[in-house]
Design a protein around this ligand. Structure first.
Ligand code: ME8
Length: 698
């Protein structure tokens, strides 16, 4: 990726996370990446502002809260508190945490709306079309369509709305992308976004009237502002946009435009099309770069609450420590691409790179300085080729690491840095200062030990200074062991800016060696797995206690379970930030009765004809036999099934669905399929035993 900034002030943001579900490793990933970048910038003496927060309005949150039997405000507070508590637990260095329910944000969003309306970019109209509540996205497709992004069914909305003149920005956006190739990173996302804009932009509905949980449109309060306009504005409202306070104004002037909006790849369109268009319309400068991370996968699909394949950051932090998690995420995943999370790979990296690699190197050198020199750093004395070589490696690694880290190629940067760990290890092993051949005099032995330990300590100092943004807690421990003082302070004061070789002073007193990364034994994986299982169970148990659970009934439960039970019972008005809660687990699906189910007529049908629908890459036209009748059904499965292979196959259909038209053809029913993975790939329902055509499923 291209370098993002070379200036003296730096502003980086994470997405603000929805409060419909508890934080998991996917959220932690983006936030940890930002934290590492922010720390690296601060360490270079650059004035840095790092923002994160929670996205609390919209229909999705309103519904989740209703299902949990709580008000949206209470529900949002509880889960926002969980995010904040987790970032604290992980020691993240955010400068601000914005909640979209805060007055400072509401004020700023209303100002933005007013400015856009006053400048003629917002007008009133009406919208009839499809909406995906899960993605809070308008979908340009016929009724009955599924969301192209998440595969869930869309809902038809018909409302009077305010519209933003997005269509007016098509050309300007394309010109901007051309002139600023670094604006969208990585390249794959840039291509996607450009193709989307080239496909034509329609005006965007930016208000809703069918629910209340949002920021009212100024002077027309029956509308609430579209949640993505609300959410995107956080990047400016958090700095002070919309405030008259001079301190806020100054902060906004100081840090806007942002240097990096770091996001997950699935929200590129909102950040690279809508957001710059809003800013252009408001006459505000555009962020320098929108950088998308790939997805963290677990069991081969995107880690997400809805798939149910999440791992919590707390679990890894508890068993292996926060730095192990940070190192793993940055080292193992090629930034910008999807990457697998497995406990095996995590433990392997931890043992290989941290416990046996860096940690072991540090403890050997520190212990030997204590053993041979009473804990005082010796003079190197005369050095030779091996020392010159190690120094050369350290200087090359310092240069390369800086460039790779700046380019956000974290995996390569850490690979480079760890080559210095290996080189130092090799140097130490070759010199073997702990061995004394009989031909060597005592004096020669001391000289060798002094030289080798001094030079190895110097290399460790370089590794540690560069590794600080990635493993801050451990790096600070090493810094203290090397007698270099408070690393956090040094980083804040910009003293890690230039790590020249030879920066250590002879005679410096080393601190006692302290364990850094104790080797993970076989049970580490099991412990993490158990923690996840326990956590899931306690959440489920609490949910099943139901809304009538009394405080007494939950007295024996775990803290997480208590929080859920309290939340469900509506007893906890507000869960304080920092409290361990599992409130999101209460997001249960509403139950239906057997009568409701009986309304759906599911029947076995046999495919007689299957062919592609012209000009549609998604639809197949099927003619199916129900025994007592034949009918035509259109199914959005063309990307996954060859039509020829379907002929003769028995499928399950919803037989009493109202007919609807797609591409001019009438569809009489719906084929039932499992929706698999994040793309919602369809897998047709079928039977192991033979079933007669027309049979009803009950
Ligand atoms: O989209 N792998 O919020 P959200 C990598 N509120 N990153 C992941 C991930 C995974 N498996 N899962 C989540 C929203 N993320 C909106 C954003 S911004 C103005 C509004 C990270 O709670 C990633 O950064 O769904 C992704 O974009 C974000 O969490 C989505 O969080």
């Amino acid at each position: 990726m291209t370098e993002v900034s070379a200036q003296q002030r730096f502003y980086i943001t994470t997405p603000i996370y929805y409060v419909n579900a508890r934080p998991h490793l996917g959220h932690a990933y983006s936030t940890i990446v930002c934290d590492a970048v922010a720390r690296a910038k601060r360490a270079q003496g650059i004035e840095t502002w790092f923002l994160t927060g929670t996205d609390e309005h919209g229909q999705k949150i309103e519904r989740s809260a209703a299902q949990a039997g709580r008000s949206p405000a209470e529900f949002a507070s509880a889960i926002s508190g969980e995010f904040r508590a987790l970032w604290q637990r992980l020691g993240l260095s955010c400068d601000d945490f914005i909640r979209t329910t805060e007055p400072r944000h509401v004020r700023g969003v209303q100002k933005l709306f007013r400015v856009l309306r006053d400048r003629g970019f917002i007008y009133k109209g009406s919208y009839t079309g499809q909406y995906c509540v899960s993605d809070e996205l308008y979908v340009d497709a016929p009724p009955g369509s599924v969301c192209p992004d998440c595969g869930r069914p869309t809902e038809t909305v018909s409302e009077e709305n305010y519209f933003f003149k997005l269509s007016a920005f098509e050309r300007r956006l394309l010109e901007y992308y051309e002139e600023h190739p670094e604006f969208i990173q990585p390249e794959a996302r840039r291509n996607e976004v450009m193709a989307f804009v080239r496909g034509g932009l329609k005006d965007l509905s930016v208000s809703r009237t069918s629910f209340r949980w949002g920021i009212p449109v100024p002077d027309d309060e029956k509308h609430v502002i579209y949640v993505w306009m609300d959410a995107l504005a956080n990047y400016i409202t958090a700095l002070g946009y919309g405030s008259e306070d001079p301190a806020d104004k100054a902060r906004f002037e100081r840090f806007w435009p942002a240097d990096v909006h770091l996001i997950g790849k699935e929200i590129s369109r909102f950040h690279c099309v809508y957001w710059p268009a809003f800013l252009m319309a408001a006459g505000l400068p555009l962020p320098r770069a929108v950088v998308a991370n790939g997805w963290l996968l677990f069991d081969k699909s995107k880690m997400s609450k809805s798939v149910g394949n999440i791992v919590r950051a707390e679990t890894v932090a508890e068993v292996l420590g926060v730095d192990a998690l940070r190192y793993f995420l940055l080292r193992e995943i090629s930034f910008g691409q999807d990457g697998n999370f497995t406990f095996e790979a995590l433990v392997q990296r931890y043992n290989g790179d941290l416990a046996n690699g860096y940690g072991n190197l540090v403890s050997r050198v520190v212990a030997m300085v204590h053993r041979y020199f009473g804990g005082r750093l010796p003079e190197a004395g005369e050095t030779g080729e091996a020392e010159a070589e190690l120094r050369g490696t350290a200087e090359r690694v310092t240069r390369e690491f800086a460039a790779q880290f700046e380019a956000m190629d974290f995996a390569r940067a850490l690979e480079t840095l760890w080559s210095l760990v290996a080189a130092t290890d090799g140097y130490l092993t070759a010199a073997a200062p702990w061995k004394k051949p009989t031909k060597r005099t005592d004096e020669e032995q001391v000289r060798l030990q002094a030289r080798v330990l001094r030079v190895a300590a110097e290399a460790i100092r370089v590794v540690t200074a560069l590794a600080w943004p990635v493993i801050p807690e451990s790096a600070a421990k090493v810094w203290a062991q090397l007698g270099l003082g408070d690393m956090k302070q040094a980083a804040q004061d910009g003293k890690l800016k230039s790590i020249a070789w030879g920066g250590m002073a002879s005679g410096t007193a080393f601190a006692e060696p302290a364990p850094l990364f104790p080797r993970a034994e076989k049970d580490a994986m099991e412990r993490m797995q158990n923690l996840e299982n326990e956590n899931n169970q306690s959440a489920v148990a609490a949910v099943s206690a139901g809304p009538t659970a009394s405080a007494g009934q939950t007295a024996q439960a775990t803290p997480a379970a208590e929080a859920v039970a309290a939340a469900t019972a509506g007893q906890a008005a507000e869960v304080a930030p920092g409290a361990e809660t599992a409130a999101a687990a209460v997001v249960e699906k509403a139950k239906i009765t057997i009568e409701d189910f009986a309304k759906v007529e599911l029947r076995v049908a046999q495919v007689l004809v299957a062919e592609r629908v012209p000009k549609s890459d998604k639809l197949l036209r099927l003619e199916v036999d129900l025994g007592d009748e034949k009918r035509q059904i259109l199914a959005g499965i063309a990307q996954y099934y060859e039509p020829e292979k379907l002929v003769g196959r028995k499928v399950v259909i919803v037989a009493n669905l109202a007919p609807r038209k797609m591409r001019g053809l009438e569809s009489n029913g719906m084929v039932v399929a499992a929706s698999v993975g994040d793309e919602g790939a369809p897998v047709l329902a079928g039977f192991l035993e033979d079933v007669p055509v027309g049979a009803r499923l009950k």
